[in-house]
Design a protein around this ligand. Structure first.
Ligand code: ZN
Length: 276
């Protein structure tokens, strides 16, 4: 921690969250970068505290605690009790909170604090990773807001949900060739290793910035300052509605242009073949 930097406090965040339109009773999906807050007094725990204080006892705070537990990527299978979140220090703070519930999913688990945590995290294994019946789908139904704290749309997992909702033609294309799924692994309740298929694979998000300016122009995304960092706030229902239109017009928009990407070139080819 750099002591020369001005300190950000929990109260700074509470004030700015109110100014950003987050209020009591809100359900919030939080994507975050602790580093973007600079010298944060109390660290990740204080950031989580600030959100809980603002949404109050009737609001729910959901964070991704993704582990991407696919044998070719991760050396150990997903353990719902102990696998560390790969999506940042603030998400790990929620996961470790004794009051939080974590969904059981070997690649895209989430952790939730709030009165509906049990319901939001239930049956994730029976749903797809970020599909209609996943915790993201439940947050969509509940009218949740999304806060990108010091991050931008490249970390907005709800755009993967929008890909599913808009039924883009490339959903059956996985990272692996010849199959329309990835094989993930996890420890079951008896602590034995099991394998399962992940369908509607959430692919690459490096192209998600492509849609940022349009979402801002439509008023679906607002750029706000929270503490010292530029952040973004969206309403999930408005995002899904806008993305249904945008992805129907341009189904390749969320795909990145990197020639070495392991999935986007294949997905682009699928879109073009379907359109012929
Ligand atoms: Zn890509």
């Amino acid at each position: 921690m750099n002591e020369a930097l001005p300190e950000t406090t929990r109260d700074d965040l509470i004030r700015d969250l109110h100014l950003s339109g987050i209020s009591r009773g809100d359900n919030v999906i939080l994507h975050s970068s602790l580093k973007s807050l600079g010298n944060m007094r109390g660290g990740a725990d204080a950031v989580v505290d600030a959100f809980v204080e603002v949404i109050g006892p009737s609001g729910n705070l959901m964070v991704p605690t993704f582990t991407y537990s696919i044998p070719k990527w991760m050396k150990t299978p997903f353990d719902v009790q102990s696998s560390v979140s790969q999506t940042g220090a603030i998400t790990e703070s929620v996961r470790r909170n004794p009051a939080a519930k974590r969904s059981f999913h070997p690649t895209h688990s989430v952790a939730v604090l709030g009165p509906d945590a049990e319901e939001i995290t239930a049956d994730h294994m029976q749903a797809t990773a970020i599909g209609l019946a996943s915790p993201f789908g439940k947050m969509h139904k509940s009218g949740a807001k999304i806060v990108m704290l010091g991050t931008n749309q490249t970390s907005n997992s709800s755009l993967h949900y929008c890909e599913v909702h808009a039924a883009v033609p490339y959903l059956p294309i996985a990272f692996s060739d010849e199959v329309d799924y990835e094989t993930a692994w996890f420890l079951n309740e008896n602590r034995h290793v099991e394998y399962c298929e992940i369908h509607e694979v959430p692919g690459c998000s490096r192209g998600f910035e492509n849609v940022e300016d349009e979402l801002a122009q439509l008023g679906v995304m607002r750029r706000v300052k929270i503490g010292p960092t530029m952040s973004q706030v969206l309403a999930l229902r408005a995002l899904v509605e806008a993305m249904d239109t945008i992805l129907t017009r341009d189904p390749e928009l969320l795909l990145c242009g990197l020639p070495y990407c392991a999935i986007c070139p294949k997905r682009r080819e699928r879109v073009r073949r379907v359109r012929l």
